[in-house]
Design a protein around this ligand. Structure first.
Ligand SMILES: [Zn+2]
Length: 406
């Protein structure tokens, strides 16, 4: 069968895609540490949509923190004669719906309107589940003479990934010969392919001074005054030391931002004895998170020495970024060409500050690429997916399967 015929099949699946994504939205899939009951019911339903594969396997695992909840992972494959598998990795779980009053229609009741389907998880990551299933469906039956074709539909992306993609990696589901697409981020015109991510570092700073009456500040140590002085000096010095840019990334430099702060005292006339603030740092790969932490701690020691307050800096989360995925391979060229055929503008490869499943592959030396048509409504009330975006995504994946697997 010719590629044009395969793409017509995808185009002809529009209404089936809209109905299948609605079926997914109706089944909540919020992880237990986000207050939900997990993804099991949604996984069983999604598995029922998988037709024509040589194998459909489950890699379910009990939740580490809520062992009564099973976290499901689906791996569907059509075997090819060639080495390696072309994968599309999507995730089942969603974030919680947030403030229900902000939803025009209930988050678990799909609403079709103006070429869109609204509902929690429609874009993140229902779009990828449906587009990958329909891309695979469009490939005619029979022996694949190229690489194998695989869909991995995982749990736990919105929290730790330990019981999702990490679990599959530990079970040996992926190899160095694989080509992996993770459709979990995208721009409106489908013009950016994410091939790298920044290191992530969250730091909590605690300033312990001495509380006293507002009229006699010299008898105490004002933790808020020490903390704000320290923070302002720290930001200056971090900017000077880590101002380098890597033009590959959007934005190009590291972002080292104070985000959260604790309340101090309830009343105006007390000198606060304790103050805490946090920083969210997204660090370009050429810079070392431990070195940045070292500078934070040495500035803290100086301010501590000068003021008599105790200042500590503790790591709350640190995730190193894997090496950027290769863009000089035959598979990438095929993928890029497929993206170009639908993208609305010039296609670029970029690095971003956010974190996706792709980093878990990169940390193990595997190449993974993040791409889809983005709508920009994810993690927001009234999340929606454009059916057109599912169709365009599916055409790219079907083209990729056709060229690399068939
Ligand atoms: Zn997602």
């Amino acid at each position: 069968m010719e590629l044009s015929r395969i793409l017509e099949r995808v185009e002809g699946s529009r209404s089936a895609m809209a109905s299948d994504i609605s079926g997914i939205i109706r089944i909540p899939a919020i992880g237990p540490s986000n207050g939900g009951t997990g993804e099991l019911a949604r996984a069983d339903h999604v598995q029922s949509l998988l037709k024509g594969f040589d194998s459909v396997e489950r890699y379910d695992t009990p939740d580490r923190f809520h062992p009564d909840v099973i976290r499901p992972n689906i791996v569907a494959k059509r075997n090819g004669s060639g080495k390696g598998t072309v994968w599309i990795v999507s995730h089942l779980d969603t974030v919680p719906p947030g403030d229900l009053d902000k939803w025009v229609s209930p988050p678990f009741e799909p609403r079709a309107e103006g070429g869109r389907v609204y509902g929690l998880g429609a874009e993140d990551n229902g779009q990828a589940i449906i587009s990958s299933i329909y891309a695979a469906k469009a490939i005619p039956p029979g022996r694949l003479s190229g690489r194998s074709m695989g869909l991995a539909i995982v749990a736990d992306e919105e929290t730790t990934s330990a019981m999702g993609v990490e679990h599959l990696l530990k079970q040996g589901c992926f190899t160095e010969d694989d080509f992996i697409i993770v459709p979990d981020w995208g721009t409106e015109g489908g013009t950016m392919i994410e091939v790298a991510e920044k290191h992530l570092l969250w730091v909590k700073f605690t300033i312990k001074g001495r509380q006293t009456h507002g009229s006699v500040p010299h008898k105490g140590i004002n933790a808020l005054r020490v903390g704000t002085d320290f923070l302002s000096d720290l930001m200056d010095r971090l900017d000077k030391a880590y101002g380098d840019e890597d033009p590959y990334f959007r934005p190009p430099g590291s972002t080292l931002e104070p985000t959260r702060a604790s309340p101090t005292v309830e009343n105006v006339n007390t000198i606060p004895g304790i103050y805490e603030f946090w920083m969210d740092c997204r660090i370009i790969p050429s810079q070392d998170p431990d070195e940045i932490l070292g500078l934070m701690r040495s500035v803290a020691a100086e301010h501590s020495e000068r003021t008599g307050a105790e200042i500590s800096a503790e790591v709350e989360q640190k995730t190193l970024a894997g090496a950027p995925s290769a863009t000089d391979t035959e598979e990438f060229a095929v993928f890029l060409e497929a993206v170009r055929s639908v993208a609305e503008g010039d296609v670029e490869t970029v690095g971003v500050g956010g974190g996706t499943c792709a980093n878990f592959f990169r940390l193990r030396g595997l190449n993974a690429y993040v791409w889809q048509f983005g709508g920009g409504s994810l993690h927001q009330p009234n999340e929606y997916v454009e059916i057109d975006n599912i169709v365009k995504d599916a055409k790219v994946y079907a083209t990729m399967f056709y060229r690399l697997c068939v």
